[in-house]
Ligand binder design. Structure first.
Ligand SMILES: *Cc1c(COP(=O)(O)O)cnc(C)c1O
Length: 363
């Protein structure tokens, strides 16, 4: 096989090599049909099995309670920025919702929601360039809100909620695109969790939505039927032709995760991987972490070089070592190592070694 790099890209992100090999091996002939998985009907028995097994695996791995439904919806996470208010904001006549603006995607979600109702986006991390999760005091919760929205892991800024807010009877909605299945989550705390696939779950273009059943059936009348959660649930996400390949890939990723020991095992491995990089950052004045130490993400490690002029050389030399796509997002600058479930420990070790080496060479 041709050489594969350690891919630190934020998304679409690397997938486990065994998953890619399996897909390659059965790409032309799925289970002896003589046709590819992308050439068979979304209503075929074989694809019916794929989507059912994907949901069963997700339920088992994530520990999703029985009163939740799993939906697959076109358009990635940002389509959910519209679908969430369309489906939930009319739960209460005031059409209000609260958004914690902890980063770029949270801000985009709040802005999209404002097309459908009154949005309280006053809890914001903008003042410190989103280097931490804004404080949340439950006493300030507006019980009249239809829902409370957070972004559990902030992909661009490299921060995460360690503990999730207790929002009482107001359903908690979380964009978990960049960390679903990377850590154990008590789903009963959430009304809706959604994630597009291209960080931890598969290829781009689709979102998985995990929704508590009592939240179905509140959609605004003008909601496109393909975005109506109740209609999706009733039609088992097959109202029209779903992205069959993405769901097939997600199934392979989930099987891989199960074989790796499941979420509890990968969570430990992820913590150790992140610690390798934060250790290098904390041991030096050459690298500066951009996220507050108490709010650091285990998925996206963001840092700058104290001497910013060295960044391009850092990135070029890293690329020569097979350490790919480390440039940070333009909102933060510097470098970002996205180390989702599929990144092996060896990738983080290689990056930590390179960082120490580059520092010795240039400091
Ligand atoms: C990547 C990302 C998105 C964007 O997802 P799309 O599928 O491109 O719409 C949204 N939210 C978070 C937290 C992300 O990391």
């Amino acid at each position: 096989m041709s050489k594969r790099v350690f891919n630190f890209g934020a998304g679409p992100a690397m997938l486990p090599t065994p998953v890619m090999e399996r897909a390659q091996g059965e790409f032309l002939d799925y289970q002896g049909i003589g046709a590819s998985v992308i050439e068979i009907s979304h209503r075929s028995r074989q694809f019916g099995d794929i989507i059912a097994e994907t949901s069963a695996l997700l339920t088992e791995l994530a520990g999703i309670p029985g009163n939740y439904r799993i939906l697959y919806v076109h358009g990635g996470a940002q389509m959910q920025f519209a679908a969430v208010p369309l489906n939930l904001i009319a739960r209460k006549p005031a059409r209000k919702a609260s958004y914690v603006v902890s980063g770029n995607f949270a801000g985009l979600a709040a802005r999209e929601a404002a097309r459908y109702g009154k949005i309280d986006a006053s809890r914001s991390g903008a003042a410190s360039n989103f280097d931490r999760i804004p404080e949340f005091d439950p006493a300030t919760l507006d019980a009249g809100s239809s829902y409370f929205h957070i972004t559990s892991n902030n992909t661009i800024y490299g921060t995460r909620w360690n503990d999730f807010p207790d929002t009482g009877s107001v359903p908690l909605v979380a964009d978990m695109t960049s960390e679903l299945l990377s850590r154990s989550i008590d789903f009963s705390r959430f009304g809706v969790v959604f994630a597009s696939l291209q960080k931890n779950l598969g290829p781009a273009g689709l979102a998985v939505v995990i929704i508590r059943e009592d939240l179905l059936g509140h959609a605004l009348a003008e909601t496109p039927s393909l975005l109506d959660y109740r209609a999706c649930a009733e039609k088992n996400s097959l109202a029209n032709t779903i992205n069959t390949f993405a769901i097939y890939m997600m199934k392979l990723v989930l099987e891989w995760l199960r074989d790796e020991g499941g979420v509890a095992a990968i969570e430990q491995r992820n913590a150790a991987k992140a610690a390798m990089l934060y250790k290098v950052i904390d041991a030096s004045d050459f690298y500066l972490g951009t996220a507050h130490a108490d709010h650091r993400s285990h998925m996206n490690v963001t840092f700058r070089l104290a001497d910013e002029k060295l960044l391009d050389e850092f990135l070029e030399q890293a690329a020569c070592q097979g350490l790919y796509a480390l440039r940070g997002h333009r909102n933060v600058g510097g470098a970002r190592a996205s180390i989702y479930n599929a990144m092996p420990s060896a990738g983080c070790e290689a990056l930590a070694d390179f960082m120490r080496h580059f520092e010795r060479q240039r400091a």
